[in-house]
Ligand binder design. Structure first.
Ligand SMILES: Cc1ncc(C[n+]2csc(CCOP(=O)(O)OP(=O)(O)O)c2C)c(N)n1
Ligand SMILES: [Mg+2]
Length: 370
């Protein structure tokens, strides 16, 4: 049987079912977080096109799925990211300055330039560093969820991944073991229609992505991923189930990747513009805006005012982070040993000589005393 797609607010912004009691303030906060994702993505893409940062993958069109679902997590819960949940991390506490610093790999980058840019992490909000290796975060999350269960912590681990990631070994081994161990986890499959140039339809012979859960003995739900409130309500139920000790479940958010896979991709090579146009018409931000306006939670013209504030916010951060120093070269050999051993100091000092000769060393970069 094909599970029904859960929708609470339809494409015209009208409630079609009982909505969770989120209240005006929380709904507005969700809306502002979704707008922030869109505006930050737009700015990052512009910086990449201008050659000022190296790489960007956007969440355009997926803001409702990402923000709506993550809003159901508590502060102590963990969010294991796929490739696009940086905006949810910002909502949960990743400072925007750290987000942008990671894009520049500058001295404020908490990954110290050891990650690809656009691969975030934030210890303070239980947000482990992304893995570009598709699906590997799934068994990592299951192991961490098992640890939380053994320790008796009141913590749920949400693990996000794409439709493409369901073809990875990590998906199978993680889902299987999670159900066997009955860990407090929620698997969130963001089905955005594509895995680079492979369509979600070509990725699997299963009728829906939700069907996959039954093989592992766990329940699944399918949600209209462009309905942020339905994403919240479905995720909330799955998170509560996990928190009560009833085990993991799979939540499939049906949405669409409006932009290319990343700034390195040209989607016009493999997909039809009409398909994209159809999904642009189902925009999750516009849908929530229409609902909020109909409830009197958002005034006429307020969206534009909020957008202007968000643009000012991101532009201030960009200017600060562009002015920040690059990551110190010494960090290349630090953090592996408690103190940098002699052989690494010698290798680094040979390297710094070359860097200084080529003008690549910055003020502050220098040789180790041997
Ligand atoms: C193990 C592995 N194989 C291939 C890749 C190359 N790759 C990067 S992203 C991606 C597609 C991911 O698609 P999906 O899981 O649907 O996530 P989305 O990008 O749509 O959010 C692939 C194949 C990779 N990073 N890791
Ligand atoms: Mg995908």
């Amino acid at each position: 049987m094909v599970p029904q797609v859960i929708q609470l607010i339809d494409e015209s912004g009208s409630a079609v079912s009982q909505l969770p009691d989120l209240g005006k303030d929380r709904l507005r906060a969700m809306f502002i977080s979704m707008l922030r994702v869109r505006i930050v993505d737009g700015r990052m893409l512009t910086l990449q096109r201008a050659g000022r940062i190296g790489f960007v993958g956007t969440s355009t069109g997926m803001e409702g799925a990402q923000i709506g679902s993550a809003a159901a997590l508590k502060a102590q819960d963990w969010l294991w990211s796929g490739l696009r949940e940086g905006g949810a991390a910002v909502m949960r506490g990743l400072p925007l300055a750290e987000y942008v610093a990671q894009m520049y790999c500058n001295a404020n980058d908490t990954a110290k330039g050891r990650q690809m840019c656009n691969h975030f992490q934030h210890k303070g909000s239980n947000y482990p560093s992304w893995s570009s290796v598709i699906g590997t975060q799934i068994p990592h999350a299951v192991g961490a969820a098992y640890a939380s269960k053994m320790r008796g912590e009141d913590v749920v681990h949400s693990v996000y991944f794409g439709d493409g990631a369901t073809s990875s070994n990590g998906f199978h081994s993680g889902m299987n073991q999670a159900a066997v161990w009955k860990v407090p986890a929620v698997f969130v499959c963001v089905n955005n229609g594509w895995a680079i140039s492979v369509s979600a339809k070509a990725q699997t012979a299963a009728e829906t992505y939700a069907h996959k859960a039954s093989a592992y003995g766990m329940p699944a739900a399918r949600v209209d991923g462009n309905d942020a409130v339905a994403c919240y309500a479905t995720m909330q139920a799955a998170v509560e189930r996990a928190r009560k000790g009833d085990g993991p479940s799979l939540v499939v958010l049906e949405t669409y990747r409006i932009m290319g896979h990343s700034s390195s991709d040209d989607p016009s090579k493999y997909r039809d513009e009409d398909e994209v146009a159809g999904w642009i018409a189902k925009d999750p931000i516009q849908r929530l805006e229409q609902y909020l306006t109909s409830q009197g939670f958002l005034a006429e013209g307020e969206r534009e005012k909020i957008e202007a504030e968000l643009l000012a916010e991101i532009d201030t951060v960009i200017h600060e982070q562009e002015a920040a120093a690059p990551m110190a070269l010494k960090t290349l050999v630090e953090d592996v040993y408690a103190t940098v051993p002699g052989h690494l100091k010698r290798q680094y000092n040979d390297f710094i000589e070359v860097a200084e000769r080529h003008g690549d060393a910055q003020p502050g970069d220098g040789a180790f005393p041997l």
